[in-house]
Design a protein around this ligand. Structure first.
Ligand code: CA
Length: 329
């Protein structure tokens, strides 16, 4: 009887692994509560129980990997006030035109629409004056590894290389710098707690085949009109496109719209197609205060994501979307 139970357990073990709880990825930290990509936002995400914390990366003039979503600074910092004469001819302030010593003097604020001056998420953390600053990838790694030690939990990192082709034109190589930094902090193998993500398939292929990383890579899939890269994201979402992605990546990070359509409606085939060839699916972005039009409630959205069987999700609200949160059921 005991032996039968044990063999049954072995037989079931692949199924048990496939049904592992989905991971909660804190999108730009706990950005629903604190200004995005700050150390405060990362620390709070750790405290709220996120499994991974995301960092978007751009490069400074002196080659530091700065945690920042845009290549521009004016949507989330007071750069126009502190360095009014440093905009390019298009009127925008580029992080790549500043040294880290300058960038670290900037105050970070909640995201604003620079055209209208309005806040993007009106009910979040108050605007300036703010007590939070920009940080580098290395600062975030030290913070997260430190909290991992003091709490006894292992929270992973989920860095995204922003606009690698644009950085290359500007003479910078954030991908190589990131791999070197990760190596220095012990992130080297496929089972280390890190996913490296990018919209640009050419960069992910370079990381895999030229720079020979063994880390898990995630291909982001957005809308082609966003111009995140020259890739055709519609073609990438087909079974043939996914098979090509699977040659260099372990997972995909698609926009929510490509995964679930509406409550009580069948999902798209994307998750099933990706799972059929062994890839994980981590859609973006679940925001409790900015839900997709088709989903009037967070519970409805989370129910659809659980039903389709995604392996994790990017969220501004890690606490509200945890698999055991009352709000998700
Ligand atoms: Ca991102």
């Amino acid at each position: 009887m005991l032996r039968n139970s044990i063999s049954l357990l072995f037989l079931l073990s692949p199924l048990v692994m496939a049904a592992a709880a989905p991971i909660v990825i804190a999108h730009r930290g706990a950005s629903g509560y604190l200004p995005e990509h700050t150390l405060a936002s990362a620390a709070y995400a750790h405290a709220l129980g996120a499994d991974y914390i995301e960092q978007d990366l751009v490069m400074s003039r002196d080659g530091e990997l700065v945690v920042l979503h845009d290549i521009h600074l004016e949507t989330t910092t007071d750069v126009a006030k502190k360095f009014p004469d440093r905009a390019r001819d298009d009127g925008r302030f580029y992080a790549i035109d500043f040294d880290w010593a300058e960038l670290k003097t900037l105050e970070v604020n909640e995201r604003i629409n620079v055209t209208t001056g309005e806040r993007v998420y009106p009910d979040r953390f108050p605007l300036q004056p703010g007590p939070v600053r920009l940080c580098r990838m290395e600062d975030q790694i030290q913070l997260i590894q430190g909290l991992n030690q003091s709490t006894g939990r292992t929270v992973g990192i989920y860095p995204e290389i922003k606009k690698p082709a644009w950085h290359a034109v500007e003479g910078k190589d954030p991908g190589t710098a990131l791999l070197a930094l990760l190596d220095r902090y012990g992130y080297r193998e496929a089972n280390d707690p890190v996913f490296v993500q990018c919209f640009d398939p050419a960069e992910l292929k370079r990381l895999r085949f030229e720079l020979k990383t063994r880390l898990r890579l995630v291909q982001l899939i957005g809308k082609t009109e966003w111009n995140e890269s020259t890739a055709d994201y519609e073609a990438m979402r087909t079974p043939e496109g996914l098979a090509e992605v699977a040659t260099y990546a372990q997972g995909i990070g698609p926009h929510l719209d490509f995964v679930v359509l509406a409550p009580n409606e069948p999902p798209t085939s994307l998750v099933a197609d990706a799972h059929a060839i062994g890839m994980e699916v981590h859609p973006f972005t679940v925001r409790a205060d900015s839900l997709p039009d088709a989903f009037p409630t967070l519970a409805g959205l989370m129910g659809a994501l659980h039903a389709v069987g995604v392996d994790g999700w990017f969220t501004d609200h890690p606490d509200l979307t945890k698999p055991d949160s009352a709000l998700t059921h």
